[in-house]
Write a protein that binds this ligand. Structure first.
Ligand code: HMG
Length: 391
């Protein structure tokens, strides 16, 4: 479990959207008893992107504070994980590289495997740093979750980006070996190239997630990982926060451990604070869980944390990290709270208009309305090219 050199997350920052839709507004529209949202799935509101926001503007906004704090001289790789890609060829990270004026001596690539992509990016980053400990890797997880209007998945939408600087002697977390891995070919959730909104078999997706929890933890144990009781907290992928509770109860049952409510609450309660108000941010979700935990918990210095990253389709990874003593001096708690609090509530009609918005596909010049107050915006689509601007 201990490694000769300490590599991990040096800094972490997230950004979310300009707008927010409270679940009370969705419930009033579709006649759902609000308890189903607040208690049944554990969601209170969802981040809604403005017309001039997307995965690039969110990713750049998440990463900008890291570049401002640490500079970009050591960054030789940017890995952009997303499943709401804006182009089939060009990596979204190249736009971010440009908006943040990163060095040209840099490789930039996009990674996809549903919500699991950011964990793959993190693991690849660890390998690159191990090979060349002088370099840092910028990992960006950015997604906009979109389901059909009036579908069961609609209440679990959301959007956010998390940026992580990965390097040697990190300030926040040392990522440990081994990892527990699990892949199974299931059609629980997918989005064909011609569709804007995901397709999902809701109940099948919950079963597939639970099967992946069990499978990845089994492999983690077989690879010589820590016993369950050593972990101070568990960060799960949270498509909706109640899913983390289902997953942890399933894991405890699988291990023959106590499943009393207090034990489960202590293990994951704090990790849900950001996801319950942001919604599903796909690749970013598990790392928003980490941010919420670090920002709120009493001192976790030296404590091992568990991570369960799940991406439909499906791939999962169970891994551990140790919290670095002194980490609290390097948290961005005020920035994170502001990212959530600064959002402007929209009513159901305004949300629906934004949801249905799409650029024409004829190659014309289509400026976007100036809505976001964030540091970057998607200014237009012109000649099939997305035009971004920094403020
Ligand atoms: P649904 O059919 O709308 O809801 O779908 P339900 O009938 O299953 O009810 C949900 C819960 O609310 C139930 O609790 C009800 O009892 C409860 P449970 O039995 O699950 O404990 N409930 C109430 N509670 C209190 N007061 C009330 C009340 N009424 C009902 N009045 C579903 C829910 C999650 C399936 C749907 O929202 C959906 O399809 N979501 C999208 C898929 C999803 O999030 N799947 C999760 C696992 S897959 C995953 O995590 C990957 C993903 O992130 C994608 C990726 O990897 O890229 C999605």
């Amino acid at each position: 479990m201990s490694s000769d050199i300490a590599i991990g997350i040096h800094d972490l920052s997230f950004a979310t959207t300009e707008y927010v839709l409270p679940h009370t507004a969705l419930a009033a529209h579709n006649g759902t008893e609000i308890g189903k949202y607040h208690i049944g799935i554990g969601q209170h509101s969802m981040s809604v992107p403005a017309a001039d926001e997307d995965i690039v503007t969110l990713g750049a906004a998440a990463a900008a504070p890291l570049i401002a704090a640490h500079g970009s001289d050591r960054i030789r790789t940017v890995v952009f994980a997303t499943e709401s890609s804006i182009d089939q060829a060009k990596a979204a990270g190249v736009y971010v590289h440009s908006l943040l004026q990163l060095p040209s001596a840099c490789r930039v690539v996009e990674l996809k495997q549903a919500c699991y992509g950011a964990t793959a990016a993190l693991q690849f980053a660890l390998g690159l740093v191990r090979r060349d400990p002088a370099q840092q890797v910028l990992v960006i997880a950015s997604d906009v979750s979109k389901y059909e209007l009036d579908s069961p998945g609609e209440a679990t939408q959301g959007a956010a980006a998390v940026a992580m600087l990965v390097g040697l002697d990190p300030h926040l977390l040392r990522i440990e070996e081994p990892s527990g891995l699990f892949t199974a070919d299931v059609m629980d959730f997918w989005r064909p190239n011609y569709r804007d909104a995901a397709l999902v078999d809701g109940q099948e997706s919950i079963s597939a997630y639970l099967q992946a929890v069990e499978g990845s933890f089994k492999d983690y144990t077989e690879q010589g990982g820590r016993p369950l009781e050593e972990f101070a907290a568990f960060c799960y992928h949270q498509p909706f926060t109640k899913m983390a509770y289902k997953a942890h109860r399933h894991l405890l049952n699988y291990c023959g451990a106590d499943t009393d409510t207090d034990t489960i609450e202590r293990a994951i309660g704090l990790t849900t604070a950001y996801n319950t108000t942001i919604g599903n941010s796909y690749t970013a979700s598990v790392y928003l869980g980490l941010a919420a935990l670090l920002d709120q918990a009493d001192d976790l210095s030296g404590q091992p944390l568990a991570f369960l990253s799940y991406g439909s389709g499906s791939v999962a990874e169970f891994f551990a990290a140790t919290v670095v003593p002194g980490y609290r001096e390097h948290l961005r708690t005020a920035q994170h709270r502001d990212a959530i609090d600064r959002r402007t509530p929209v009513d159901y009609a305004a949300y629906r208009t934004l949801h249905q918005r799409a650029f024409p596909t004829d190659g014309g010049h289509y400026p976007t309305p100036e809505q976001t107050s964030g540091p970057f915006r998607l200014a237009a689509l012109n000649g099939h090219k997305r035009i971004y601007e920094a403020r």
